[in-house]
Design a protein around this ligand. Structure first.
Ligand code: ATP
Ligand code: MG
Length: 200
């Protein structure tokens, strides 16, 4: 095949592809916030959630973050985003990390969820990140129906990112975009320690 034929073929393929993309763009006419779930066992869920928050904030939008994590682990994204005015609620459970007191955990999860619900009703907030909330539902620390209700009835323009492993099917069913991060390998399994700036 001559170089000219090759170029012509490529051009045709590109045109056909562009027509398909244009058709899909034309079909996407609905404008509203979306519910995104980033789940699975691979690395990249929380970083994706924080990436979305950063993207929104970069456009001058408002974001809020609830971290449903035990303890107050250092977190580079939190340190940065708080500096630019993004409100955070960190669940934490303080001493109970050692004592594993279920009632204290439930109380902390409930408090974090109450704050999440305030933000999920606030139409001035463009993006809410509910980092690691999936575990709270799995442990039944917070009520699934209450979560579904708050997510479904949030302001129309608000987007929400849910992260965590094994997301409940009812939440992925409600979501608009669901990505499952599958682990092919993780440095930790090769004995490499978690790294500042990479893992937290
Ligand atoms: P990240 O915050 O890096 O995006 P993540 O949110 O996908 O990770 P989590 O399940 O929340 O993952 O785990 C948090 C910590 O565990 C991070 O330090 C991450 O690097 C590490 N981690 C994530 N996936 C794995 C894995 N498959 N094996 C071992 N450690 C992992
Ligand atoms: Mg995470």
């Amino acid at each position: 095949m001559s170089n000219q034929d090759d170029k012509q073929k490529h051009k045709k393929r590109m045109e056909a592809q562009k027509a398909k993309v244009d058709e899909r763009i034309a079909q996407a006419t609905e404008e509203r916030g979306i519910l995104i779930v980033i789940t699975g066992n691979g690395k990249g869920k929380s970083t994706s959630g924080f990436g979305t928050v950063t993207r929104a904030v970069g456009h001058g939008q408002k974001a809020a973050v609830v971290q449903f994590v035990k303890g107050t682990w250092p977190c580079g994204e939190r340190d940065l985003l708080q500096q630019v005015g993004v409100p955070f609620h960190v669940m934490g459970t303080g001493f109970t990390w050692e004592t594993q007191d279920k009632d204290t955990d439930i109380a902390a999860a409930t408090k974090a969820w109450e704050q999440a619900k305030v933000w999920l009703k606030d139409d001035t907030i463009d993006v809410v990140l509910l980092d690691e909330i999936t575990y709270m539902v799995t442990y039944k620390y917070i009520d699934l129906d209450d979560v579904l209700d708050a997510l479904a009835n949030r302001p129309k323009e608000q987007s929400v990112v849910v992260t965590g492993r094994a997301c409940h099917r009812a939440i992925t069913d409600l979501a608009d975009t669901v990505s499952e991060v599958r682990s092919q390998k993780h440095a930790f399994d090769a004995g490499i320690m978690a790294r500042k700036g990479i893992d937290w």
